[in-house]
Write a protein that binds this ligand. Structure first.
Ligand SMILES: [Cu+2]
Length: 94
């Protein structure tokens, strides 16, 4: 007997978020647990990727550097850049 679709875990996927022109692009991501997110700093100065609740924090990310995070617990995680309070993103893990 075949397992029902609900019992089959989809393979982890990788998403890329550009950090460019003082923005996260895309600013909103909806992913599943176990997916990997890679942020790439395309600006010429450092940024951070820091969850408001500190669930994740890249630390200072230099120009052209990237940082990846494998999602854990389900939830919605607003995040931003510690250096630039106008920068905001949101990661939802289902
Ligand atoms: Cu920044």
């Amino acid at each position: 007997m075949l397992a029902s679709a609900g019992n089959v875990l989809a393979a982890p996927e990788t998403y890329v978020v550009a950090v460019e022109d003082m923005r996260f692009s895309p600013a909103t991501l909806n992913v599943k647990r176990g997916d990997r997110i890679v942020w790439i700093n395309k600006d010429l100065f450092p940024h951070t990727v820091t969850a408001d609740n500190r669930a994740f924090d890249s630390g200072s990310l230099a120009a052209n550097a990237s940082w990846s995070y494998v999602t854990g617990r389900a939830g919605t995680y607003p995040y931003g850049c510690s250096f630039h309070p106008t920068m905001h993103g949101s990661l939802t893990v289902r």
